[in-house]
Write a protein of this length. Structure first.
Length: 417
């Protein structure tokens, strides 16, 4: 692995559509052409004298990669809660048997401080809010973003506001947002309704939007890829599979892989797979047809990806194209069965995370993935994010879902004494 050193003032915003540049002092997240912005770094200003190991003892697995995500920010603005440094688990035998493959790993982002991958992006976004002198941060959320935002904002001494779709956020996530002190507002409709409201609010002076439209969120989330590659000693897997909702992670992963190739951290490019649920698959349809149409009424039990109008669909499309990847969809039945398998292996995850294993099983069965190929699946959220669905599944109480791997609660009379 070659190692390099950042010099100051080497980053700026760039439109992902027309390539127009903006200074880091800008607080806009869209170009006048409508394209989303990315943070871009001038790798030509690196010096080979720098070693990433200089940051080895930093407690944050995000700021461990500061030279690759935000070299210019002063230490006094950095907010960290020990995010990142999540485990890379080798799948157990029962998972391998279920998926039909022999070399599968889980990168478990549910081990972050608030229980999801959102903490990585929030650590960078909240740090930038502090640097800009922001007083109020806010977001729309299906749950995990609101929990993470509330936690990091309170820790940094900022006010937080979250807007959620009424009745469509798991209590484990809603409870976190409330406990961490956010002002919580509900709106009738979907996550996409909530997002449209916060986009209108983003013009308020002193307010800072923290959804994945914010390019600093993407910079934090791309450290998932740097970290898993480092976990594998910079040897690329054949496939990286991730759940796909608002598509921030898919975009971040593509950006990270491109940068890892540019920096010669890796030689081989993994294929990136984005997995959606059958009832919320606008990106899969876009991938197949090249025409994007939002899903006005997304319906999936995997609430974290119950999104019909993902804001980062163009960036995610480019990420899959770059990595020779693909987008696929799986049923809620397949998701919850896969979740039961992951849970029973002692690892556990929230429903949206299990789209990865469901998708891998599907791709192995149809020959897209060879059984011997190395696969890393991203588990995006903790098991306890949505405990009700676990009880309902194992008690066979979910409509139109068969509890194929049920572990039912039994009366004491059934225990052999």
């Amino acid at each position: 692995m070659k190692v390099r050193k950042f010099l100051p003032e080497v980053s700026n915003f760039e439109c992902t559509v027309c390539s127009r540049n903006f200074p880091l002092s800008s607080v806009q997240f869209r170009c006048s052409c409508g394209g989303l912005l990315d943070v871009v770094h001038d790798w030509s200003l690196y010096s080979p004298k720098y070693e990433l190991n200089a940051f080895k003892n930093v407690t944050s697995g995000v700021w461990r990669y500061k030279p690759l995500i935000y070299p210019e920010i002063a230490e006094k603005f950095i907010v960290m809660r020990g995010e990142g440094r999540t485990s890379l688990y080798e799948a157990t035998d029962n998972v391998h048997t279920y998926a039909g493959c022999s070399d599968l790993y889980f990168k478990h982002e549910g081990e972050n401080p608030t229980g999801s991958f959102k903490d990585r992006g929030m650590a960078v976004g909240i740090s930038e809010a502090k640097r800009l002198g922001i007083e109020t941060v806010f977001c729309a959320s299906t749950g995990n973003t609101s929990a993470s935002l509330a936690s990091y904002a309170s820790y940094a001494g900022l006010k937080s506001i979250v807007i959620i779709p009424e009745g469509k956020v798991a209590y484990g996530k809603l409870a976190q947002a409330m406990a961490y002190g956010a002002e919580v507002y509900t709106v009738k409709g979907t996550f996409d309704t909530s997002l449209q409201i916060v986009l209108k609010l983003s013009t308020r002076e002193g307010w800072y939007l923290m959804n994945s439209i914010n390019p600093w969120r993407i910079e934090g989330q791309k450290t998932i890829i740097f970290e898993l590659l480092e976990n594998l000693e910079w040897h690329s897997p054949d496939w990286i599979v991730t759940p796909a909702g608002n598509l921030g992670n898919t975009s971040a992963f593509g950006k990270a892989l491109k940068e890892a190739i540019e920096l010669e951290l890796i030689n081989d490019l993994p294929k990136l797979v984005a997995v959606q649920a059958n009832g919320a698959k606008p990106f899969v349809e876009y991938w197949k047809t090249g025409v994007f149409n939002q899903e006005p009424n997304p319906q999936t039990l995997a609430s974290a990806i119950n999104i019909g109008n993902p804001v980062s669909y163009q960036k995610a499309f480019s990420a899959l194209q770059y990595s020779n990847g693909l987008a696929i969809n799986v049923s809620d039945q397949a998701i919850l069965d896969a979740k039961a398998i992951i849970d029973s292996s002692g690892i556990g995850c929230e429903p949206a995370s299990a789209t990865t294993l469901a998708g891998i099983k599907k791709m192995v069965e149809d020959g897209t993935i060879l059984p011997s190929e190395k696969i890393v699946a991203i588990l995006t959220g903790n098991l306890l994010k949505d405990p009700q669905i676990i009880i309902d599944y194992h008690q066979n109480q979910l409509n139109n879902i068969e509890a194929n791997f049920a572990n039912e609660i039994q009366p004491i009379e059934n225990l052999e004494m």
